[in-house]
Write a protein that binds this ligand. Structure first.
Ligand code: PLP
Length: 219
């Protein structure tokens, strides 16, 4: 199927309260433009340099999300335009985002990445770590970052029961935290292979790449 058809398919299939983030990493600008012309405005990338290059070339009304692990020394490059950073995992990183957002006279929305997968390779923090960040005096003094929700990545497996239990766990953490912190409204979970389960489990934001743009070639 063509990119534009895929966008239309997801837009009609996803519930209204679930936002589609089109993950365009490794894909050329012409592919993003095809999605754009089909009405897609929210794109996600996992490398700051690549996102910045694309942002310079593509229409200004695109909402750019950083979904990958963030290196602190590169935050400054995306601070002028990034609209949501999905994978924040430390107070140190938040502090840097706050500093760079301030320099750009902006407030940058962030999600805390919670570790839900079994694999050691996946990043993320525990619920307790998240509470410590939200409760910290340092965070309370940051006027240019706002934690608006949580993000998680399930284990890469065929075992749907395992994926479901990981997403359910994240939803439970989200419900518990958002009771205390009502500004937490976004729950970013679900990718091409598992978005249906994620939506069933309460996702508000799915990050879909290969089933929109086709398989990625990293060579
Ligand atoms: C690449 C990526 C996705 C999209 O993965 P697909 O399986 O291609 O849909 C989603 N989230 C993150 C964090 C990614 O790095």
């Amino acid at each position: 199927m063509e990119i534009s058809e895929n966008i239309k398919k997801y837009k009609s299939e996803l519930p209204e309260n679930v936002k589609l983030v089109a993950i365009s990493k490794t894909k050329p600008n012409e592919d993003l433009l095809e999605a754009y012309r089909a009405g897609q405005r929210v794109f996600g990338e996992n490398k700051i340099q690549e996102m910045t290059d694309k942002q310079e070339e593509l229409p200004a009304d695109i909402e750019w999300h950083m979904v990958g692990h963030v290196q602190r020394n590169k935050v400054k490059y995306m601070a002028p335009f990034v609209s949501l950073i999905h994978a924040v995992d430390s107070l140190k990183l938040l502090k840097e985002i706050n500093k760079r957002a301030k320099q750009n006279e902006r407030t940058i929305n962030c999600l805390l990445q919670i570790k839900i997968a079994e694999e050691d390779s996946k990043f993320g923090i525990s619920k307790e770590d998240a509470v410590n960040i939200l409760d910290s005096e340092e965070y309370s003094k940051m006027d240019h970052v706002k934690i608006v929700g949580l993000m998680g990545m399930a284990t890469f497996t065929e075992d749907e029961d395992q994926i479901r239990s990981e997403f359910k766990f994240l939803k439970k953490v989200f419900d518990e935290l958002s009771e205390t912190y009502p500004e937490l409204t976004e729950l970013s979970m679900g990718m091409s292979g598992d978005y249906k389960i994620a939506v069933e489990c309460g996702s508000t934001m799915v990050r879909i790449g290969s089933s929109i743009f086709g398989a990625r070639n990293y060579n």
